[in-house]
Design a protein around this ligand. Sequence first.
Ligand code: GLU
Length: 509
Amino acid sequence: MPPSAQPPRVRFAPSPTGFLHVGNARTALYNWLFARHTDGAFLLRIEDTDLDRSEIRHETQLMEDLLWLGLDWDEGPGVEGPHAPYRQSERLGIYREHTDRLLTEGKAYRCFCTAEGLEAERHEAATAHKPQVYSGRCRAISDADSAARAAAGEPFAVRLLIPDHPLCFHDMIRGEVEFPSETVSDPILVRSSGIPVYNYVVTVDDALMEITHVIRGDDHISNTPKQVAIYEAFEWKPPQFAHLSTILGSDRERLSKRHGATSVASFRAMGILPEALVNYLALLGWGAEGGTRELFSLEELVHEFRLERVTASPAVFDFEKLHWLNRHYLKAADPERIAELAWSHFVSAGLLPSHTAAWQVTTAAVEAWFGKLLALFLPAVSQLDDLPVKAAFVFRFNPSAAHTGDENAAILATDAAQKVLAAFSARVEAHSGPVTPDQFKAWMNEIKAETGAKGRELFHPVRIVLTGSHSGPEFDKLIPIIEEGSRLSLPVHVLGVRERIEQFMSNSR
Ligand code: GLU
């Protein structure tokens, strides 16, 4: 950027009609990164002119989602700036003034065509194999007639008079884009209901808010020539455009709910960390200069991000890779933060209490215990909501399922297993006080010598008794978790070693 140039101004302009999904979140991220990299400004503008579909809860949620991702705005709702208001529903007066200006200058005209009339015209064009665009018939109405009909209360839309030269723009990602004007037709700016349309308000706002770069999804490419024509009509300099490629699912169809979670809120609820999602979204269509590097913090992305390195080809959303990044950040993050987040997933699963006053009494002991539980299970999960599932057997041991589950029945049916379990049970019964990992190890050595069982024969039956499954975490770590857990007061009583073997043996009789 030459030193004299104004710093760039970009915006993220969501419609609050649903959840913020990954496509829009990536658009927001790229805008934010571009602004932060160039010391520019990042604006948030709420495009809520579709009053039937816009909801305040969606607006609130999407702002929460942006902040959760670490994307703050320099101007927008809550951060009023020189171009306020930043909600389109509060700018209707501004659009009206601009419409009057276009009508007065003869750049736009009133269109009195009815829906039926337009439909008939489209049908005719289709039959004649011509482009189904508006014929422009109301262009011919004189100014005086037009004003009189409007004054008499006849409903009308306002249309832009499209120039008859091709409409082109330079796209920073795709290069030159050109649309012949006959494929554009005279676009409606204001509907007969009085509500201005997206293409119109977006252009007026981008111009008035001094947006220098419009970075958005490529679903808006076909809108851009209309917007370019609106800039022309107002004699405004258009911004630079950069259209981001579509995000596809693994089947190479446009990413949608069919492919699973797509909203930022659902990733958050699953226990994907914001730094993992941001890192992942950054890589969906962008790569750093000259490298295969894939791990980037938000600050590193600010440093590295260049629009020129954004690719025009569609990006395929890869859950595996997101999981890989999430596992990386789960490991790298501050353990206290992860413990707090993980805890809430156990609360949702009904396994641990929410942080109430009553619970505070046991907080230190429970927290220490929970730390061990996490150390054991965290490396085995890709997202935090998998934790309660992985750790379920700690909280809910089901002796009858342990007998029949998976390949358990076959393992337990062997003579060796019977002998091992009888010997193990006898030792636990004769023991008082907690079972330590050392104690457990000593018993297993004794049982090995006594029964001649070794390896799987020795360990699988005992593991089934303690966990319900013949495969699972190391005993050294597991034993303290179930023993200590059994002495804590938790909403779900954790069974200790003794209770497990007792329930298991009585269930087999
Ligand atoms: N409200 C539009 C959308 O959510 C914004 C498009 C644009 O960035 O121009 O798709």
